[in-house]
Write a protein that binds this ligand. Structure first.
Ligand SMILES: [Zn+2]
Length: 78
């Protein structure tokens, strides 16, 4: 799963520390989150659960993992 630094971006799109990113889970259903972005290109974290699919915004590299602040995303494919 390792990639050479010059073939992939060393920093995730959301700018979150990789070790922290690995620990993040959807606060609602505890599924893993994946990096995404909104229409304006702002980083977001989307729940990977097909039955949940909430999308969390990221403020200055700090993910806002609050169900009340999340928005329902489109159905996410695997
Ligand atoms: Zn979820």
């Amino acid at each position: 799963m390792t990639a050479s630094p010059d073939s992939t971006a060393p920093v995730p799109p959301a700018g979150i520390e990789p070790w922290l990113r690995e620990l993040l889970r959807c606060p609602k259903c505890h599924a893993e989150l994946r990096d995404t972005a909104d229409d304006a290109g702002a980083p977001q974290l989307a729940c990977t659960s097909s039955t949940c699919g909430l999308v969390y915004r990221v403020d200055d590299g700090i993910p806002v993992l609050l169900v009340d602040e999340a928005v329902a995303g489109p159905a996410q494919q695997a």
